[in-house]
Design a protein around this ligand. Structure first.
Ligand code: LLP
Length: 456
């Protein structure tokens, strides 16, 4: 029963990214099943999945074709190791992924976005050492954006820039050089969108010009910084970053974990600016939201630096137990096939345009400060004062209360600081999406009224 599960959940489970002291005072959402765009809890109530089960779900829950692909693989084998041996779905998937990245040549598998990032960082670092350990002895540092988020393992946290998540771990981390990100809404003192981009690129250039001999790689989330609050980079920023990396001889790592697999309207975000990174990290939507899988793709230039006789020690000594897992790879293969045969990318672009119109209405509510969207990735920044852009005190937990209100009304979403994020199942229908925005609207209005009573 719900009551029993609730008690055991609170007694035994430590939830990620969750202040448990707060959590135990609330009624937990306990999901039992899913179908299409809906999640169903153990009491039979249904919710529109407005976070795509943490930005992973592509075709909807319980998709018959994905289920079939998975059962078919299960009849053969669930898992065998990729360390020193191969398996069928991981070979086919690598080939398939590289068709989307014609300038790249190898796929290194792992099982979570953070691991794909760790792997990219370690490869980038070792690349220079393998080329020439003397000449590149100090090429050890990484550059990343303000408010960057690349996952929660220690290496990924090292290149992270989110105060709240990362500050406490500072003594454990390796050195990172931070450069500004084009967060247009909060950088109006720099002028227009393009002025903001120019400022950020100038700062990156200043860093690269003076320190490129010490910089192994620049890592960015292409087009959208997700966890930072859906910060949408204006056109030209990513291309500019790429140009500077080339000019100053440093590797470029694009972390497509959140934006990949159609989320921003193209299969991958890099396509939109015709950017060709040296390393790419993939995860989340790769399996359509079914199973954990991630991958790090590299160019031939990077890969070739790791070839040598055994005693040269150019080998990449890294690997996880479940690397290349057959169940994950087979469902990923089917996911990609369905994205193509169902014409999902065209749908996403069409729905993104409709969604933009519906979201615009949220500006009716005075506490909506900014609405940002790229494809089906949206952030609504809640402010106490539209003119000063001041946010509500953290302790008021206003955004949290908005999402609880939305849940009561049948929509699950998550806040990131003062930003409400709406990242629906990619295949969510227009009617469902319109309904989700209506719930969002009503929920914000509801808390706006409460906030007026509390804060005046
Ligand atoms: N890179 C990017 C760009 C990501 O957005 C993520 C996860 C990762 C890497 C790490 O992938 P993972 O190891 O989790 O598979 N904590 C926030 C949401 C973060 C979204 C997850 N992004 C929240 O509380 O909603």
């Amino acid at each position: 029963s719900y009551a029993q599960l609730e008690q055991w959940d609170k007694q035994y489970v430590w939830h990620p990214f969750t202040q448990m002291k707060q959590y135990v005072n609330e009624r937990p959402l306990i999901i039992e099943r899913g179908k299409g765009s809906y999640l169903y809890d153990v009491n039979g109530r249904r919710y529109l999945d407005g976070y795509a089960s943490l930005w992973v779900n592509v075709h909807g829950h319980n998709d018959p074709e994905l289920n079939a692909a998975l059962s078919e693989q299960l009849e053969k084998i669930a898992h065998s190791t990729l360390l020193g041996s191969a398996n069928v779905p991981s070979i086919l998937l690598a080939k398939r992924l590289l068709e989307y990245w014609p300038h790249m040549s190898k796929v290194f598998y792992s099982d979570t976005g953070a691991a794909a990032v760790e792997i990219a960082l370690k490869i980038a670092y070792q690349y220079w050492k393998n080329l020439d350990p003397v000449r590149y002895a100090t090429k050890n540092k990484f550059v990343s954006l303000k408010e960057a988020y690349h996952g929660d393992t220690v290496g990924a946290v090292s290149v992270g820039g989110m105060e709240t998540f990362h500050r406490i771990f500072a003594p454990l981390l390796f050195e990172r050089i931070e450069v500004p990100a084009p967060y247009v809404y909060r950088m109006e003192e720099y002028g227009s969108e393009q002025d903001v981009v120019r400022h950020c690129l100038n700062e990156l250039e200043r860093v690269l010009a003076s320190q490129h001999e010490h910089i192994a790689a620049v890592i960015v989330e292409p087009l959208v910084q997700g966890a930072a609050g859906i910060i949408v980079h204006p056109r030209g920023f990513l291309k500019g970053v790429e140009a500077l990396c080339r000019q100053y001889g440093t590797l470029l790592i694009c972390d497509e974990v959140a934006v990949g697999f159609g989320r921003t309207g193209t299969m991958f975000a890099c396509e939109q600016e015709e950017v060709a990174p040296d390393l790419v990290c993939l995860g989340k939507g790769i399996t359509g939201g079914y199973l954990p899988l991630a991958a790090t793709l590299v160019t031939e230039k990077v890969y070739a630096a790791f070839l040598g006789n055994v005693e040269e020690d150019k080998t990449f000594y890294h690997g996880h137990t479940y690397t290349g897992n057959q169940l994950s790879c087979s469902v990923a293969l089917k996911n990609i096939e369905l994205i193509e045969t169902r014409g999902l990318l065209d749908d996403v672009q069409r729905k993104a345009r409709r969604l933009a119109g519906w979201l615009e209405r949220l500006y009716d509510i005075p506490i909506v400060g900014d609405i940002r969207q790229k494809g089906l990735m949206c952030g609504i920044e809640i402010v106490k004062n539209r003119r000063t852009k001041e946010v509500f005190p953290r302790a008021a937990m206003l955004e949290h209360r908005i999402i609880l209100e939305a849940r009561r009304r049948g929509l699950v979403i998550r806040p990131l600081g003062p930003v409400l994020t709406f990242i629906p199942v990619l295949a969510m229908s227009e009617a469902e999406m319109e309904e989700a925005v209506r719930i969002l609207y009503d929920s914000i209005v509801c808390l706006y009224e409460q906030a007026r009573a509390e804060f005046g």
